[in-house]
Design a protein around this ligand. Structure first.
Ligand code: ADP
Ligand code: MG
Length: 619
């Protein structure tokens, strides 16, 4: 007897169906996409028990003739293509002609439909691919499909259905996606008789987001649109700004030619655009829509059509990454003039702490050349940022915030350079004082500005270490610090001692299992280097699979952030007025100053208008 046997047709169908419909959300996706393909302007999805009991999709599209309806649930029947060649000019979601047949193979499916040429509609009742009943019914033009008993004949699949909540969440996510991209359709989702999504037709993405997400987020989304150099594709959409972050990726939506897709490379490119803005493991909200010549993509690579393949993926990824970065940068540049510490000259009022503003003051002269205020620098990759072009610049000494305990001992901070004097003339705030020994409160024309002293100082030092390390004043340790390691640890760190040298920490091997720390940056002299060395060893081990250059970048980046964190003033440190002033002056001269290296904001404006509203002084 042969070992190989031919499977019966009904078993083949069930197996094939499993590829297309794994769970209720797949069914909803196929049915709703059919409705969109039929030019429906209103699509309503009814669910019971997260779709496990019932899925019903009602549309007002062009419907089907009686003959088409009978064909629609047969295998490989479609009105959308004639052959594979048509895929290169596809403008419908469906094309394989297998969704209705797959769904009706594993459920009870009732189709009620009528097209404009028919006077009555037709109702077909199908179970396990078998037509149980056919009748004529009165109904409006459009299609109404109800699925019950999903997976009744595949018990294994039914057993693996997720909880009602999980299935519902998937379907909600799907309808959100479809609503975001198909804005000329009124979508409605009703679960157990309760409407949980209702999105009437609306022209703009902006207003769609307002329908779907919370108003506050919608209000701050940044729209963008770019065309690639060769005019082969367009990317458009909206991005959340730097102060919004969430713990999951649920509000990241990617579309290619109106198709909702999953694409890790695109997601990675987007998140790279947010690098240095969001802390690790935090995610933005984004709607990214790519419009591309259909000959440059393959939509037929995934059983449920959830992925597409680009002919030139890197081009799309690179443009997305750059645009994301630029959009955020442009926003910050505009924003900085409004709410950051520096105000527009016109908004400034004389205040007790501040010297008279020179009448020749011109904002444009403060944001060109070597001036670290240049908003264009914000978000630039560190390597690309300007380094100390002028070694005599005031920057060499300015960002040195004395630690609170020993302010007067630090000679570095006492020399006031010409640039510092300018800064004092430009100050547009009064320091109210320190709150909870953690925040510095500033009175500004447009509100109360709150600075997180640790985050701010961390950013100042981080940028100092990154851009001007050659200029960092160092101190030779009077009592060199000895670190004892085991041979394995020493073996790891020894070839990489240059990482430390790069930031002004001189370390040498001493004896057969010890290191000696000879020199550190002035900011760091009071801190234990040992912790830093041990951490660095673990980072090197972690990145040991990377090529040397990448490992160096990864490790030194962490090292720099850690040095900044350790050397920065802490929450709880008492700051004198002089320290606060120094910190704020340094912050003003610092690139990327709106967030700390971990992405937390360094400052926050409590808007005067909001304040006045709270006290009912203004409507
Ligand atoms: P595909 O969408 O790949 O063509 P389906 O199995 O999903 O295959 O649908 C088969 C055919 O049934 C479609 O090509 C379309 O002609 C018709 N059809 C399905 N759903 C609808 C609908 N809601 N309105 C009008 N026609 C539909
Ligand atoms: Mg289809």
């Amino acid at each position: 007897m042969p070992r190989i046997r031919r499977l019966p047709e009904h078993e083949i169908q069930k197996i094939a169906a499993g590829e297309v419909v794994e769970r209720p959300s797949n069914v909803v996706k196929e049915l709703v996409e059919n409705a969109v393909d039929a030019f429906a302007k209103q699509i309503t999805v009814y669910l019971e028990d997260g779709g496990r009991e019932l899925i019903r999709v009602v549309d007002n599209g062009h419907g089907m003739s009686h003959e088409d309806a009978r064909l629609s649930f047969e295998h490989h029947t479609t009105s959308k293509i004639y052959g594979v060649n048509d895929l290169s000019s596809l403008d419908t979601f469906g094309f394989r002609g297998e969704a209705l047949s797959s769904i009706s193979a594993v459920s009870n499916t009732v189709i009620v439909t009528k097209d404009n040429n028919s006077t009555t509609g037709i109702k077909l009742d199908i179970q396990g691919s078998v037509l149980l009943q056919e009748s004529l019914v009165p109904c409006p033009t459009g299609t109404d499909i109800t699925i019950t008993k999903l997976f009744y004949n595949i018990p294994a699949r039914k057993k693996f259905l997720k909880s009602r909540e999980t299935e519902l969440r998937q379907i909600q996510q799907l309808l959100q996606a479809l609503s975001l991209i198909q804005r000329d359709i009124h979508f409605k989702l009703v679960h157990n008789d309760k409407t949980i999504l209702n999105c009437p037709v609306t022209p703009t993405l902006d207003s769609r987001i307002t329908q779907l997400w919370d108003y506050e987020l919608a209000r701050t989304m940044l729209p963008f649109k770019v065309v690639d150099e060769d005019k082969k594709f367009v990317i458009e959409g909206a991005l959340s700004h730097h102060q919004y972050a969430r713990y999951d990726r649920n509000l990241l939506f990617f579309f290619v030619n109106y198709r909702w897709i999953k694409n890790h490379a695109l997601a990675r490119a987007l998140l790279k655009g947010y690098q240095n803005v969001l802390p690790p493991a935090r995610f933005p909200a984004a709607v990214i829509s790519v419009h591309i010549d259909p000959t440059l993509i393959d939509v037929n690579i995934h059983p449920r059509k959830e992925e597409v393949e680009f002919l030139h993926p890197r081009l799309v990824e690179q443009l997305l990454q750059n645009t994301t970065k630029e959009t955020l940068q442009n926003y910050l540049s505009a924003h900085i003039n409004k709410s950051a510490i520096l105000l527009e000259p016109a908004q400034m009022t004389p205040a007790p702490l501040q010297k008279a503003r020179p009448s020749t003051f011109d904002i444009t002269t403060t944001i060109i050349g070597d001036d670290p205020f240049n908003p264009a620098d914000i978000l630039m990759p560190f390597a690309a940022q300007k380094t100390a072009e002028q070694p005599h610049s005031a920057y060499t000494s300015a960002p040195t915030i004395p630690k609170p305990e020993t302010p007067e001992k630090s000679s570095v901070t006492q020399s006031i350079t010409p640039q510092q004097q300018t800064t004092q003339q430009e100050r547009t705030y009064n320091i109210i004082g320190q709150y909870k020994t953690t925040y510095i409160l500033l009175e500004q024309v447009d509100g109360l500005f709150i600075v997180d002293q640790h985050a701010a100082h961390e950013r100042i030092l981080y940028e100092l270490f990154s851009n001007r390390f050659a200029d960092i004043p160092r101190v030779k340790l009077l009592f060199p610090h000895i670190i004892t390691l085991n041979t394995q640890e020493l073996g790891v760190i020894e070839p990489h001692l240059s990482y430390f040298a790069q930031y002004g920490i001189t370390i040498e091997v001493f004896g057969f299992n010890q290191l000696v720390v000879l020199e550190t940056p002035v900011h760091f002299k009071d801190h234990s280097i040992e912790d830093l060395v041990r951490q660095t060893i673990s980072w090197i081990v972690e990145s040991s699979t990377l090529p040397e250059e990448q490992m160096k970048t990864a490790v030194t980046e962490k090292l720099r952030a850690q040095m900044a964190c350790k050397a920065a003033v802490k929450a709880g440190d008492v700051l004198t007025l002089q320290h606060m002033q120094q910190l704020l002056d340094d912050l003003q001269k610092t690139e990327n100053r709106l967030t700390c290296p971990h992405g937390r904001p360094t400052g926050w404006l409590l808007d005067i208008h909001d304040l006045e509203k709270k006290f009912k002084r203004k409507a």
